[in-house]
Design a protein around this ligand. Structure first.
Ligand code: COA
Length: 259
């Protein structure tokens, strides 16, 4: 268990893909450790927000492992794609926020890992893209679905058909990433501040807001609104909501207990 590291400090889980000699490329071993790490995060009471990054300065994740994929028969390729999709979908479905901190290359499965997070920060040297069609394959860990939902079908098609890599600036202009930083240290420190900001808020409310956006996104507007209203009702069943509303009226800081 050393290909995916998890460190926990003051409510923040630091998840690091740790295979720097292969630019953190995702093979079965990394995926299996990523899967169990996400499951542990979801079960943990200590982790409130997760920061996802890659080991070293050069790459977040340079994609699924090409040497491994070369050996796949069609049925195994389907299984590999489904496995990657299921693992990344667990992050999207988690009620905890995941912040991607993209240091360097986020290509193919690495871009998909970042897209499965709730938002993305990147360093100036980041390069993002889907090189798959250049290898005569296609993105398989949700890239065709998530990028098109994020930036629209046409931009997603341009990315995927051309296999181009874009800079952090280009990605920010397309609203794929939220902020750009000179160094990895600056980026992590900013992500920690964001995490602390999130942790001041009602944890159940944050989780349900994530659910409302994630699950509501693909519904019709009318169904999305009904779904939002039903989750609005759920938060009103929590003690934290009572505390938050009361604390405001009593002009004091709220003390949330995650219940
Ligand atoms: N799968 C397997 N191994 C990978 C990899 C991947 N996706 N990306 C990088 N590596 C390995 C390289 O093979 C090399 O291994 P080696 O030292 O044993 O030869 C090592 O990581 C370092 O990569 P290298 O290519 O030497 O670094 P570079 O700085 O010259 O180039 C990239 C960096 C990211 C441009 C280049 O590695 C690359 O194009 N990687 C593949 C990206 C890709 O197509 N990803 C999508 C796959 S679907």
């Amino acid at each position: 268990m050393d290909k995916v590291l998890l460190e926990v400090k003051e409510g923040i889980g630091y998840l690091t893909i740790n295979r720097p000699d292969k630019l953190n490329a995702l093979n079965n071993e990394v995926l299996s450790e990523l899967n169990s790490t996400i499951e542990n995060i979801n079960k943990s009471n200590d982790i409130k927000v997760v920061i996802v990054t890659g080991s070293g300065e050069k790459a977040f994740v340079a994609g699924a492992d090409i040497a491994f994929m070369k050996s796949l028969a069609p049925k195994q390729a389907v299984d590999f794609a489904r496995l990657g999709q299921e693992i990344l979908f667990k992050m999207e479905q988690s009620e905890k926020p995941f912040i991607a901190c993209v240091n360097g290359f986020a290509l193919g499965g690495g871009f998909e890992l970042a897209l499965a997070c709730d938002f993305i920060y990147a360093t100036e040297n980041a390069k993002l893209g889907f090189p798959e069609t250049g290898l005569a394959i296609i993105p398989g860990f949700g890239g065709t679905q998530n990028l098109s939902r994020l930036v629209g079908k046409n931009i997603a098609k341009e990315f995927i058909f051309t296999a181009k890599m874009v800079t952090a600036n280009d990605a920010k202009n397309l609203m794929i990433i939220s902020e750009i930083f000179k160094t990895k240290e600056e980026m992590i420190s900013y992500a920690e501040n964001t995490a602390k900001q999130i942790m001041k808020n009602g944890p159940i409310a944050v989780g349900l807001a994530k659910r409302a956006i994630a699950d509501g996104f693909d519904l019709t507007k009318e169904d999305g609104l009904k779904y939002e209203a039903s989750l609005f009702g759920v938060v009103f069943s929590t003690k934290d909501a009572e505390e938050g509303l009361t604390a405001f009226l009593e002009k004091r800081k709220p003390n949330y207990k995650n219940n």
